[in-house]
Design a protein around this ligand. Structure first.
Ligand code: HEC
Length: 157
């Protein structure tokens, strides 16, 4: 009996020594989620079609900005902050996201409306949602891009 127990115990010890440590398990989980994020990004990139924006028109840019203000308040503000300075303070996986500000003079999308729409549609693997996969329509993506460039940036912080 005791012999059996000892054998069982050493077998269990042997198994636990072979299995991944909690550190290894964490590293594996991090790797899995990074791979999943890269897959989703690739899906969003494949789904982006610049031509979907070609037929969009607004009576006046102001109506795009007005619509974009609404889209921003529902979908973007919690991370990007009401002024677009990155101060939304949204917490995900225990981290407070600090997205870059939209307000700097040399902001990379300052004069790049099409690039901005693409960035919003596609997102990133490191925290920015993939709005094209989340169901935000081209018209609303265009509107929020107008709002960021002609509303937020023009109004200042
Ligand atoms: C869950 C939080 C979150 C939400 C919601 C969110 N974003 Fe982001 N966004 C981020 C983060 C984090 C980054 C930085 C990502 C990176 O560097 O990989 C980012 C980056 C960006 C960038 C690139 C900025 C630059 O200077 O490179 C743009 C543009 C952007 N977001 C627009 C939007 C718009 C428009 C919305 C709403 C439709 C939105 N975001 C909603 C978290 C968010």
């Amino acid at each position: 009996m005791t012999g059996h127990r000892t054998a069982l115990l050493s077998f269990v010890l042997f198994l636990s020594a072979c299995g991944p440590s909690s550190q290894e398990r964490e590293a594996m989980a991090a790797e899995q989620s990074a791979l999943a994020a890269a897959d989703t990004l690739a899906l969003a990139e494949a789904g982006f079609d610049a031509a979907a924006f070609d037929s969009l028109t607004w009576a006046v840019t102001d109506s795009a900005v007005a619509r974009g203000r609404v889209v921003f308040s529902y979908s973007c503000q919690k991370c990007h902050g009401s002024a677009g300075d990155g101060s939304g303070g949204f917490v995900t996986r225990g981290d407070t996201l600090r997205p870059p500000t939209f307000l700097s003079d040399d902001w990379r999308f300052r004069d790049d409306h099409a690039g901005l729409r693409r960035q919003i549609f596609v997102g990133t693997a490191t925290g920015m949602p993939h709005w094209g996969l989340e169901g935000l329509k081209p018209r609303d993506i265009d509107a929020v891009a107008h709002f960021i460039r002609s509303g937020l940036r023009a109004e200042g912080p």
